[in-house]
Design a protein around this ligand. Structure first.
Ligand code: PLP
Length: 294
């Protein structure tokens, strides 16, 4: 579903990928699709992956595992979390969906891409289908190539929040010649462009790194106020980690005249709303305003 949300010489539309599935949200559904088909065809019945305490990817893998008949194992960053599961909506949700957790220190977590570490995990937990942190691999990018359809060919710009870059790589691969993708990284990172380049087949894209609000999971009062106001105006909930930063960026760029008059912008709502509950608990603790639509 594509919704029109603004026009003042600029036409802004939002593609509601968050509505694809109630629990396997937005781009995570796209990223898992062909991986799950591959895991089934290999006859593997366990998915193993990595993530932080509020990870949308962890929540999506747990829900997809339950729905499609896989056991799931989540290697979780931070061994202090082991007795804080009950305070963490994301981990509670994943556990309810049957995910088995292995909590590791940040130091051990950093080995997540090492073959030796993966072999150790296989010795301990048996055979599994490995999904990298954030879920980005070739099959994930292939799934994200299905986000844009023929109906989207009239848009001049396609905007997308960026974490590991897999989603925008899929979008880039399905752009028409006259279209441009704009990515809004939600973390401070220098390797992102190289990662995207390794999956993307075109050059008509750009990252705008001015809207990460201090880094991954970091938010400001201004951002929360913007999201509450956006919800009041449109009835559409955004998450503060990804889509909220993107939308803040789009409105700011419109204000600054970045887009030519008459531009048609398609923003992708990649989902991620499961993280809002945990964010609100955090905001409350810090005596900051909370998201009022959760
Ligand atoms: C994971 C996620 C992203 C980032 O996707 P990448 O493919 O890692 O760039 C964007 N938006 C939401 C809501 C997400 O959960």
């Amino acid at each position: 579903m594509v919704e029109k949300i603004d026009e003042k010489g600029i036409f802004l539309y939002l593609k509601r990928e968050d509505l694809l599935h109630p629990e396997i949200s937005g781009n995570k559904f796209r990223k898992l699709k062909y991986n799950l088909i591959e895991a089934k065809s290999e006859g593997v019945d366990t998915l193993l992956t990595f993530g932080g305490a509020f990870s949308n990817h962890i929540a999506a893998v747990a829900a997809a595992g339950k729905k499609y008949g896989f056991r799931t194992i989540g290697i979780i960053r931070g061994d202090e979390l082991i007795d804080k599961i009950d305070e963490n909506p994301t981990l509670l949700f994943a556990r309810e969906n049957g995910m088995k957790f292995v909590f590791v220190t940040r130091e051990i977590f950093r080995q997540k891409d090492s073959l030796e570490f993966i072999e150790k995990l296989r010795l301990e937990y048996g055979n599994f289908y490995l999904l990298p942190e954030g879920g980005t691999n070739n099959l994930a990018v292939k799934g994200c190539e299905e986000i844009l359809t023929n109906e989207d060919e009239d848009f001049t710009y396609v905007c997308c929040a960026v974490g590991t870059g897999g989603t925008i790589a899929g979008i880039i691969n399905s752009l028409r010649e006259n279209q441009k993708a704009i990515g809004f990284p939600s973390l401070k990172g220098t390797f992102l462009s190289d990662d995207i380049r390794s999956f993307a087949k075109n050059n008509n894209w750009e990252l705008i790194s001015d809207y990460h609000f201090g880094g991954y999971g970091k938010v400001s009062e201004e951002l929360i106020v913007f999201l509450n106001e956006f919800y009041r105006k449109t009835g559409i909930p955004l998450d503060p980690v990804y889509t909220g930063k993107m939308m803040f960026g789009i409105y700011d760029l419109i204000k600054k005249g970045y887009f030519k008059e008459g531009s048609k912008i398609l923003a992708i709502h990649t989902g991620g709303l499961q993280g809002c509950k945990g964010m609100n608990l955090f905001l409350k603790k810090k005596h900051l305003p909370t998201l009022n639509y959760i």
